[in-house]
Design a protein around this ligand. Structure first.
Ligand code: TPP
Ligand code: MG
Length: 328
């Protein structure tokens, strides 16, 4: 698959930004600088970027508890996100969302979501709004292998077909739901066929390969945008950290993590593909690496220096009245 150079550079930059954001967040959590429960997306970057590179600003995404990567890929401001993780009132959600509830309506980011399979129904609502308004938007939900046996996921998939709405269900199979392997949790061994049973096409991707995800997501999004109803993407992927930061990961096989980092790294795979095709030089990619490291450093310094909420601000935006006036 051949893409314009600008697009290639951007895709790599986005994946690298997610990787370094997550690795730095990990370090800052371990240092005690970031409070709260955090799930890192390291290893899965190609999925978020391969999908979001097809989306416009006004298309919507809904994410999961492992949502930093989806938000960055959809265009969330990295400094605003780091401030959010640090609980600053200057954060994207004034420090009240934190890691698991980053949102930015201006960017079509309807929010990360702590409820497993809470996203698919929301994306059907967003897709129905797009269909009624005839604005050509698509609504993407990202969810994990742990979401696929949830009733909300089934209901959303069925309703999307019935209403023929432009919803795209992206399922990232990282083989674990918390500490339980998919082989134990899912009763059938052909999830693609089971999902297609709802009545929409599902495109399969290698989640460690940006180009594979980009191609599969392109077909699914084109299908939905053209008014043919929902579509799905199934990507096999791997998370390089535990379920949450601090997870001792005793359920992993020996050598599993080393193998993942060595053989399922989307950044390494991207570099290998570029080296073989000659479309980008390693120097160009190194320059992006350096710029990303500077941005991440800047985001942490800004987050550490940023204001913390005052006692008065803590109770702002807690309730809303439906005449449109926020109340304390
Ligand atoms: C409805 C619901 N049930 C259980 C949980 C607890 N929980 C949080 S994350 C998680 C596992 C999700 O696995 P998966 O969907 O594969 O996503 P991953 O963590 O692998 O990204 C569970 C069971 C929850 N948050 N919501
Ligand atoms: Mg999973």
């Amino acid at each position: 698959m051949s893409l314009p150079k600008e697009k290639l550079l951007r895709a790599y930059r986005q994946m690298k930004t997610i990787r370094e954001f997550e690795e730095r967040a990990h370090a800052e959590i371990m240092n005690g600088q970031i409070a709260g429960f955090t799930h890192l997306y390291t290893g899965q970057e190609a999925n978020a970027v391969g999908v979001c590179e097809h989306l416009d600003n006004d298309d919507t995404i809904i994410s999961t508890h492992r949502g930093h990567g989806h938000c960055i890929a959809k265009g969330a401001d990295v400094i605003g996100m780091m401030k959010e993780l640090f609980g600053s009132s200057e954060g994207l959600c004034k420090g009240k969302g934190g890691s698991m509830h980053v949102a930015d309506m201006e960017k079509g980011i309807l929010g990360a979501n702590g409820i497993v399979a809470g996203g698919p129904p929301i994306s059907v609502g967003a897709a129905l709004a797009a269909r009624i308004r005839k604005n050509g938007r698509v609504a993407v939900s990202f969810s994990g292998d742990g979401s696929v046996n949830q009733g909300t996921c089934f209901e959303a998939m069925n309703l999307a077909v019935v209403l023929k709405v432009p919803a795209v269900f992206v399922i990232e199979n990282n083989y674990y739901s918390e500490h339980t392997n998919i082989s134990y949790a899912v009763g059938c061994d052909d999830l693609k066929a089971r999902t297609e049973g709802f009545g929409f096409p599902v495109f399969v991707a290698d989640g460690a390969d940006f180009f594979s995800v980009y191609e599969a997501a392109g077909k699914a999004i084109e299908h939905a945008r053209a008014g043919n109803g929902p579509a799905g993407v199934f990507a096999e992927t791997g998370r390089f950290h535990g379920h949450f930061v601090g997870d001792p990961q005793t359920y992993r096989a020996e050598g599993e993590l080393d193998d993942l980092r060595e053989n399922s790294c989307c950044l390494k795979n991207f570099r290998t593909t570029m080296q073989a095709s000659g479309e980008l030089s390693m120097e160009e990619l190194d320059a992006i690496d350096a710029e990303v490291m500077t941005l991440i450093e800047e985001s942490v310094s800004a987050a550490k220096a940023a204001a913390r909420p005052t006692p008065e601000q803590v109770t702002e935006d807690v309730y809303i009245n439906y005449s449109g006036q926020a109340s304390a």
